[in-house]
Design a protein around this ligand. Sequence first.
Ligand SMILES: [Zn+2]
Length: 140
Amino acid sequence: MDTFSPTKRSEIMSHIGGKNTAPELGVRRLLCALGYRYRLHRADLPGNPDIVFPSLRKAILVHGCFWHGHVRCRRSAQPASNGAFWAKKLAGNVARDHRVIRQLRHRGWKILVVWQCQLADLDRLRARLVKFLSSAPEIA
Ligand SMILES: [Zn+2]
């Protein structure tokens, strides 16, 4: 049995690759409070990174634990029904993420991945964001 009702499941599914997800908004709120300016969903970059700092050549990807297959995270537990379907689908997402990050780094971008579950500890996340954004930009 699927642990979610069909309605709930399709609601979750509708968020795949979604923009302006709750975790993303949470990260954006932190960045705003820290006084950082950023651009959103740059369509001219591989994978349309969620949050982009063009002058720093840095980008932040906010990943939902389930959809992006966060390793050893309880939020990424796969649905009990249609196991093979989900395994394939989620493996495809993970492969795509790796490809996108590789392409961005290849172009000289520095990438930080923030996982949904990391928003549970805002102090720690804030420190990570500051560290990432204040480090010297990569020499392309
Ligand atoms: Zn997680």
